[in-house]
Design a protein around this ligand. Structure first.
Ligand code: PMP
Length: 415
């Protein structure tokens, strides 16, 4: 399989590359690159508009891609809105709710309108993409933003969640898997709490979609987002999944061409979902590439990928725990995980640690990984993060652990 990913054969700083930064962006197999190139060289035309044969061919390929990607998350094609990525999807939802609050949309949109005293709930472990749009929505509408705390072991405090989520809660937005802690969050429990409160649920599935079987309707979630480039797909494309009744009632965010039925100089009427949320020219080639990426993941098998990555995570965790001065963030015993660990190196700044690993050809991410509040909660400003994907091997993990063992001695910070 690794031969499908030409970049994995590369040498970096005189060493064969060990790529452990897939949580930031995954590598892409040849099949995905070929699919995009084939589309552009053989079938490229503006979708949904042209009356010519090529336009019809491009439209079929684009809509087939929607069916494939929707099916990957257990959904029907009309439940999948193309976006440019997870950040765009989360902003779409937050701004659509803001528009409902302004009285925009169909009569059914009123169910999303926020009133003074309403609350939006996130977790302390959110990526900024699933935090700042809610901060902005709270500021614009006067709603209050609350958060579910993370316990010392990296799990969510469900007791706190149970007392926090109540009559005032209108939205519960949370990540399926934190991009820092790697722990699979208890979606069913949070959905049950939100349902009892009559709140809308929004799932950030960026770090779960490429790593474990995902059936969004079965999870009972109302809305969910993911990013193509993190799941072997191209940049510039992502998905927003929605329950049919929720997408149907949600007002649009971006407006313009391709999302309307009739337009006068003073007003416009909008298409049903998903087109209502797809104003302007869509990322057609990337969407077709993403369909090939999810077929690739399905070909390997999500249960097999999850099992493989859990094994890599366990091997990595065991190796790292033995190294003096390494503190893993979110080392909950027995937690279901993806292949990701973030950690602090005592006495060495994360950026120095990352540079040292890079000198050995090992690519990891350093910094706050767009989750500054979570780092603050663990008393650090930055961490080193290693994140695996289906193409990583035991040998990658062993070279990484050996590399980490060398960090503190190299910087004279200890054994
Ligand atoms: N949520 C999580 C958990 C992420 O890891 C990321 C990407 N780092 C995002 C959201 C944002 O994704 P994108 O930048 O592709 O929009």
């Amino acid at each position: 399989m690794r031969e499908d990913f030409p970049i994995l054969g590369k040498s970096v700083n005189g060493h064969p590359l060990v790529y452990l930064d897939s949580a930031a962006t995954s590598q892409k197999p040849r099949q995905v690159l070929d699919a995009e190139r084939d589309f552009l060289t053989r079938s490229n035309a503006a979708v949904h508009r042209g009356a010519h044969t090529l336009a019809a061919e491009a439209t079929d390929l684009f809509e087939d891609a929607r069916t494939t990607v929707a099916g990957f998350v257990g959904a029907a094609p009309e439940q999948l809105v193309w976006t440019s990525g997870a950040t765009a999807g989360l902003n779409l939802v937050a701004y659509a709710i803001g528009n409902a609050t302004l009285g925009r949309g169909a009569p059914a949109s009123a169910r999303f309108a926020l009133r003074p005293g309403d609350e939006l709930v996130v977790t302390e472990a959110e990526h900024h993409a699933n935090l700042i749009p809610w901060q902005e929505l709270a500021t614009r509408t006067g709603a209050a933003l609350r958060h579910i705390p993370v316990r010392d072991d990296g799990t969510l405090d469900l007791d706190a969640a149970a007392s926090l989520i109540g009559d005032r809660t209108r939205v519960v937005a949370f990540t399926h898997v934190s991009n820092v802690l790697g722990i699979v969050n208890p979606v069913a429990e949070l959905v049950a709490l939100a349902r009892d409160a009559g709140a809308l649920t929004v799932l950030d599935a960026c770090q779960s979609a490429p790593h474990l079987p995902l059936d969004l309707p079965a999870l009972g979630i109302d809305l969910a987002v993911f990013s193509g480039h993190k799941m072997l797909g191209p940049y510039g494309v992502g998905g927003l999944y929605g329950r049919a009744d929720v997408l149907e009632a949600l007002p649009p965010f971006l407006t313009g061409g391709s999302m309307i039925t009739t337009v006068t100089l003073d007003s416009a009427e909008y298409l049903p979902a998903p087109q209502r949320f797809e104003a302007g020219t869509q990322p057609v080639g990337p969407a077709i590439g993403l369909a090939v990426a999810v077929r690739y993941l399905e070909g390997v098998g999500l249960p097999a990928i999850h099992a493989h990555e859990q094994r890599l995570a366990a091997r990595m965790g065991e190796g790292l725990r033995e190294i003096p001065g390494i503190r893993l963030l979110g080392d909950a015993a027995g937690a279901e995980r993806v292949g990701l660990w973030a950690f602090d190196v005592e006495g060495v700044h994360a950026h120095d640690a990352g540079q040292y690993l890079d000198s050995l050809g090992i690519a990891v991410r350093v910094g706050h990984h767009c989750a500054a509040p979570l780092h603050r909660r663990f008393g650090v400003t930055a961490s080193v993060r290693a994140s695996a994907a289906l193409y990583n091997t035991d040998d990658d993990v062993d070279r990484f652990v050996e590399g980490v063992r060398g960090i503190r001695p190299y910087f004279g910070a200890g054994a």
